[in-house]
Design a binder for this molecule. Structure first.
Ligand code: NAP
Length: 320
């Protein structure tokens, strides 16, 4: 089968389309014929080996030589212990940290997969898992957004941010989206009440304060985030620099103890229940997965580069 492979951290040129052996599912896995797979910033981070957490699987070179986690496809073969799926079923899910979705076939545990609704294309389904679950757990579970609260989403024009803006509006928040100049109208179209261009304005220095900040691209000091939070407000880092993560772990508890402001890291737990809820919201027309561009498998390097360089408005999907 054809798959995208890399053996060193680097730029998109490090990715190669190769002929590799078709995988065989273990007893607790299914073999999926991939129809579509979306690109996440985590693919860009895994390719670059930056931030440092992207090297957890291999400090000097990637141990797992494949990327691609948000897949949608058809079950081709089911392992002996599989009870929920059988050959022919259409499924989708986030297979991080196993990866390998940029390929014609991939194996996945059934616990990572949900049935794909017939009303959705494979491309739409692939655009959902990782981004939507980050957004749901940030806005609903950890953020516990209440009607009327002021919510700021940093990186609101990308994959997770696109879902976060829409979910925060469903939960009744007043939403401020932060992203680059080219994405201001796009964030408004998602429902953002206010937008901030991060190339022109630092939201932590505007004097405004928020009940919840969901940060997809955190790189500031914890004291900047503390400044931008209302008393009893919460800040969650979903992605960003290791320096900011370390500050949050070390200083966050002290800030909470002295001011009541909660500054924490969002540790996302992928699960089928969350995928099902997002699926229902999409089917009800309350949330829309936004696909900016689709590429063929051979153009995964271009697709990952497009996301990594910050051009994508919403999601980028590889369509087989
Ligand atoms: N916490 C967890 O458990 C967990 C689990 C899975 C994944 N993740 C992480 O969650 C993140 C998800 O990212 P994603 O896929 O949504 O990324 P994405 O699609 O690339 O979106 C990020 C957006 O932020 C913008 N941006 C970049 N720098 C910014 C800045 N300084 N201020 C404001 N906006 C900025 C980007 O555009 P420009 O670059 O053009 O500005 C882009 O629109 C990844 O870092 C991934 O590793 C976390």
């Amino acid at each position: 089968m054809k798959a995208i492979v890399y053996t060193r951290y680097g730029l998109p040129e490090a990715l190669q389309l190769k002929e590799v052996a078709k995988p065989t599912p273990r007893d607790d896995e299914v073999l999926i014929k991939v129809h579509a797979v979306s690109v996440n910033r985590s693919d860009w981070e895994g390719l670059r080996g930056k931030p440092l957490y992207a090297r957890l699987g291999g400090l000097l070179r990637p141990r797992q030589q494949r990327l691609g986690s948000d897949i949608a496809g058809q079950v081709e073969m089911a392992g002996r212990n599989i009870s929920r799926f059988q050959p022919g079923d259409e499924v989708f899910g986030d297979i991080l940290p196993r990866l390998g979705g940029f390929a014609e076939y991939v194996c996945a545990r059934e616990s990572a997969l949900a049935p794909k609704p017939a009303s959705m294309t494979f491309e739409q389904a692939a655009a959902i898992p990782q981004a939507a679950v980050i957004a749901l757990q940030g806005i609903r579970d950890k953020g516990q957004v209440q009607p009327g609260q002021k919510v700021l989403i940093n990186g609101a024009g990308g994959g997770a941010g696109t879902f976060a803006v829409q979910l925060a509006k469903i939960y009744g928040a007043e939403v401020t989206g932060v992203d680059n100049t080219g994405k201001l109208d796009f964030m408004r179209s998602l429902g953002a009440d206010f937008v901030i261009d991060h190339t022109q304005e630092d939201f932590t220095r505007s004097g405004k304060q928020y009940d919840l900040i969901l940060d997809i691209v955190a790189h500031r000091s914890v004291f900047a985030y503390k400044r931008a939070l209302r008393s009893n407000g919460s800040y969650f880092l979903a992605g960003g620099s290791v320096a900011t993560m370390l500050q949050i772990l070390l200083v966050g508890p002290w800030i909470r103890g002295t001011t009541g402001k909660k500054i924490r890291i969002l540790a996302v737990r992928p699960n089928i229940e969350d995928l099902d809820l997002v699926k229902e919201l999409i089917e009800a027309g309350q949330v829309t997965p936004v696909i900016d561009k689709t590429y063929p498998l051979s153009e995964v390097p271009e697709a990952i580069g497009y996301v990594g360089e910050g051009h994508a408005q919403g999601k980028v999907v590889i369509s087989m």
